[in-house]
Design a protein around this ligand. Sequence first.
Ligand code: UDP
Ligand code: MG
Length: 155
Amino acid sequence: MEKTLLLLKPSAIQRGLIGEIISRIEKKGLRLVGIKMMQLNDDILNEHYAHLQHKPFFQNIKNSMMATPIVATCWEGVGAVEVIRLMTGVTNSRLALPGTIRGDFSMSVTENIVHTSDSPKTAITEIKRFFKDEELFDYEMASLGYLYAKDEFNP
Ligand code: UDP
Ligand code: MG
């Protein structure tokens, strides 16, 4: 089944939103397969935000991501990347729709509380960047048969 990465940024940690955000994803029906607290540094952020290296806000976003530890989470489910991306809302939190994580809890573009993978291909690369193989867990989710119809997933 598809996996995706969700980072709780320093703005989520400082705003006391770790539980709230994780709870939303849990309740939606994604399976948590990895979770850890990490202090990010320049090396990992240069890689993670390589697509933004020529943007004027590049140093700002890196500083923002190093301000406190972050909480890295990995989730699994049918269409997990798109589901969590939709639950995240657009980059500019002021324009993110109510009901989304950014839309409900944030007012900022930079301090937009979560990072989520934007495509299945990106998700594979990003999960490897933040988690070692042994930090991701495979376990039976007892509710699986009620989360999906049999023809919606391959157990
Ligand atoms: N960002 C910013 N200013 C901008 C665009 C992006 O500070 O004009 C920050 C913001 O925190 C965003 C991150 O850079 O989440 C990565 O940008 P991306 O375009 O990948 O947005 P995302 O995928 O997080 O919605
Ligand atoms: Mg992005």
